[in-house]
Ligand binder design. Structure first.
Ligand code: TGC
Ligand code: FAD
Length: 387
């Protein structure tokens, strides 16, 4: 009789029935419909747009938002959905994070009623796709320095600049673009068929291959005044959207870790070395036990942060604690699981190295681990050491 790693922490007992149902439904979707195709998508560096409708039908896009066709679940449910998607592949979770937490949330929180009516229902079903352009070639960790500029021409806006590393950039129908204006940073909704807007995909990625990553070029893009997000003023607006997506990652990264650990435990049970199962050796058991501790602690942290978020009390520094810890531990778990698989572990047949490679991106995007360390350092000392 063996136990599942998370049973040792009694995690299920911390969830209510609806949360468990949502988690089970997403797990079933991933296992039955998506998992069989993930290695192929990773190898061919694609993520078919068609899956958007299926994810939309399940209510996964903007699922923690209210109205406009969104499911209106609590934050813990959203986190658990991210966890199950990332147990498949980080590219799937990214797809949902960018659509719901960055594109839809930016419109939901900062858009006009007309903008919400125009975009949110279609983004919720997956009929339309969105992307979020904050990072630039020379300004990633420090978006305050962005060079993309929006200037007035009569009542219109003209946007010029380049955004880089934008998830879903070339597949999106609408881009939320952040730009400097005479009054500081502002956000704009750019329909991607606007003249002067182009998106070029990044090729040769060794990580997050089942995900589209693009450069956005804005060359004299003319937009009506109504394209500006009226409620977004200053850098705090895009950074508040990042809190939403980072929260999803707190749970999501643990999905990649859990799937790696389940794979390693199963493999160790059947693989014989020196005439008996690998699982029976103390070194293997030490690895499995240590990883179980970190996975379980990460889950407790994620659920705790989810409960705080559901009370409306979560702070950006608390999100940094969760993102830093859970991504750092998830990548360590995925790499350690790969060692248990020996040479088989370097193939696409097994998930741990695919997860570890993906988690290299997760460690970098939505604030690098260094930036989250420095944010926590600032919270502890009052000194901002990143400047
Ligand atoms: P700072 O002076 O600290 O703050 C400027 C203003 O912003 C406010 N603020 C926040 N508001 C909400 N949430 C947060 N997390 C916030 N952090 C700061 C702050 O209160 C202030 O407001 P105000 O009213 O006083 O002006 O800003 P700073 O320039 O010193 O930088 C702070 C720093 C370094 C922490 C920030 O720039 C940062 O987080 N950098 C990392 C950038 C980042 O995470 N980029 C992610 C791009 S999107 C992405 O990666 C998508 S991946 C998609 C996928 O899942 O596929
Ligand atoms: P840099 O900022 O150049 O950092 C390089 C290194 O220097 C890092 O280790 C960093 O931690 C360190 N560093 C930086 N500043 C300091 C400091 N002050 N002190 C100490 N160390 C420091 N962006 C979007 O806007 N939208 C997206 O949809 C999006 N999707 C992405 C998808 C993928 C697959 C990837 C890989 C990235 C994506 N990004 C996106 C961009 C991502 O947010 C940035 O890559 C990230 O913020 C880091 O910026 P950078 O790559 O320019 O690194």
């Amino acid at each position: 009789m063996t136990m599942h790693p998370l049973d040792l922490f009694g995690i299920d007992a911390l969830l209510d029935e609806q949360e468990r149902d949502i988690q089970g439904t997403v797990r079933q979707l991933v296992d039955q419909r998506l998992r069989p195709r993930l290695p192929e998508w990773f190898e061919s560096a694609t993520l078919p747009r068609e899956i958007a409708r299926e994810l939309g039908e399940l209510g996964l896009f903007g699922m923690h938002l209210e109205g406009y066709g969104c499911a209106g679940t609590n934050a813990v449910s959203y986190g658990l959905a991210c966890l199950e998607l990332e147990a498949g592949d980080s590219g799937l979770r990214s797809f949902v994070s960018v659509q719901g937490s960055l594109s839809m949330f930016s419109i939901y929180r900062y858009g006009s009623e007309e903008q919400k009516q125009e975009w949110l229902p279609r983004l919720a079903t997956g009929e339309a796709l969105g992307c979020f352009g904050l990072t630039e070639p020379d300004f990633g960790s420090n978006p305050a320095g962005m060079r993309t500029r929006a200037r007035r021409d009569g009542s219109d806006w003209i946007l010029d600049g380049t955004k880089m590393w934008i998830t879903n950039g070339s597949t999106a129908d609408v881009a939320t673009v952040w730009a400097q204006t005479d009054d500081g940073i502002r956000g704009f909704l750019v329909p991607t068929d606007t003249t002067g807007f182009t998106a070029n995909n990044v090729h040769g990625k060794l990580s997050m291959r089942a995900s589209v990553t693009s450069e956005l070029v804005l060359d004299g893009v003319r937009l009506p005044a109504s394209a500006q997000l009226p409620e977004a003023r200053g850098l705090g607006a895009p950074l508040s959207c990042l809190n939403e997506a980072r929260f999803g990652i707190v749970f999501g990264a643990l999905g990649a870790a859990r799937d790696s650990l389940e794979t390693a435990i199963e493999y160790a049970g059947t693989r014989e070395v020196f005439d008996r199962p690998l699982a029976g050796y103390q070194l293997t058991q030490e690895k499995l036990a240590d990883m179980t501790l970190e996975l379980g602690k990460g889950m407790l942290l994620a659920i705790q942060l989810g409960r705080i978020k559901d009370r409306g009390e979560i702070t950006p520094d608390q999100v940094s604690v969760g993102k830093l810890n859970n991504v750092r531990e998830a990548i360590a778990i995925a790499r350690e699981c790969r060692t248990i698989l020996g040479a088989n572990g370097i193939t696409l047949e097994y998930s741990p190295l695919r997860h570890a490679n993906n988690l290299e991106s997760v460690l970098t995007y939505e604030g690098t681990s260094e930036m989250h360390l420095l944010s926590i350092g600032r919270a502890l000392t009052g000194h901002a050491a990143f400047r």
